[in-house]
Design a protein around this ligand. Sequence first.
Ligand code: CA
Length: 394
Amino acid sequence: MTVISIPTDSLFGLDNLPYGVFSTADAGPRVGVRVGDSVVDLTTALGDNVFAQPALNAFMAQGRKRWVEVRAQLTELVSGAVADDAVFSIDDVTMHLPIAVADYVDFYASENHATNLGRLFRPDSVALMPNWKHLPVGYHGRSSTVVVSGTDIVRPCGQRKAPADAAPTFGPSIRLDIEAEIGFIVGVGSPMGSSITPDQFTEHCFGAVVLNDWSARDIQAWEYAPLGPNLGKSFATSISPWVVPLLALEAARIDTPVQDPTPLPYLRGEEKWGLDIDLEVEWNGHVVSRPPYAQMYWSPAQMLAHTTVNGAAASTGDLFGSGTISGPEKAQRGAFIELTWGGAEPVTVGDRQRTFIEDGDEISISATAPGASGGRIGFGEVRGRILPATGDAR
Ligand code: CA
C-alpha cells in the first residue's frame, strides 16, 4: 500500500481532487484524480468501471449526488493508504483531453474585455453594444478542435483585409493571439424544450478548466460582421487536463460585480456564482498578465441559464467558455490585442518587444483559487506552442 505524501504548499491537496484522463506506458487512457504530485487510477482504487473510459462523460452523467459520494470516498481513500498499483507519479503519465466535448459555446462576460475590444474593432461607435448588459453575449464554437494542453497549434491561414487594403488576401494569420478564460463543463444536461435556472447550476455543472481561445485577429476582424467569429477561432481551443470539480470551488464563490440594469428574471438567482479565481499568463516563460476572474460581469450560472432559456438542449460534455478575462489594469488583460493595444504598444517578453504570437512561441495559462482549508487550489495549466503555417498561400 502507498501513503501519498502531499507537500504542505501543494495546489493539489485534499480540498482540490481534480479529475483527468491519463495513460501510462502499459495501459491506455482512463480516469484518475490528482493528489499532490501523484495520480490515482480510479478504476483500480474504487473498483468502478465507470472510470475505465477515455473520458469523464459517463461519470459526469451520473449526477451531483454521485459526484458528492465519490468525492467523499476519495477524501477518505487518499487520507489513508492506496493500493500500490493504483498510484502513479505525475511524471510517469500522459494526460489526455478529459471529456468528450459535446457542444462548445464561448461567451464574452468581461466588461473590461468587451469595452477594450469594442474600442479596437469598432473605433467609431460605442464600445459596448446595447445588448451587452442585458444578456451574456456568446457564439457557437467548434467542439471538434478543442484539444488538451500540450498540443501544438499550427498557425492558421485565412482571408484577411486590413481597413487600408483594397481587397482581401489569403495567407498565414499575422495577428495570432490568445484569450485567457475559464471553461465550464456540463455534467448533466437538460432535454430540448426545458431550461436550467441560475439556481440549478450546481445540479448541472460538473467542474471547470483553464481555457485558451486561440484567436486570429486579422481573420476575425474581416469575417465577423454580422454573424460573429468563425474561422478566426475554430482552428483550435486548448483546455487544461485537470477538471476542478465545482464542489472544490465553494470557498471561491463571491458576488459578481453589481449588475445594472437589473437582468431579466430568468437571469436572476439567489445563489452567488462569481468566482475568485486568479489567472496568470506566461509568454515563453515570462509572466505578462494576471487576469482576475473575480471581475467577470456575468456568472457561469447566468451563462448556462441563458444558453437553455429558449429550450435548447444541454448535454453531458458541453463546454462553455467565460470569454477573455481582463481586469481594469493593463497588466490584467487576458488577450495580447488588449495588452499591446492592437499592436501599437509592444510588451516586454524577456529581452524582446512583442505584439502578436510568433512561430515557436509557447503560451501557458494557469489558475488558482481559495480552497476550503484556507490554502489555495490549482487548476494546473493550459500550454500550447505555435508551429509555422502549413497551408499554401492560395
Ligand atoms: Ca473567447
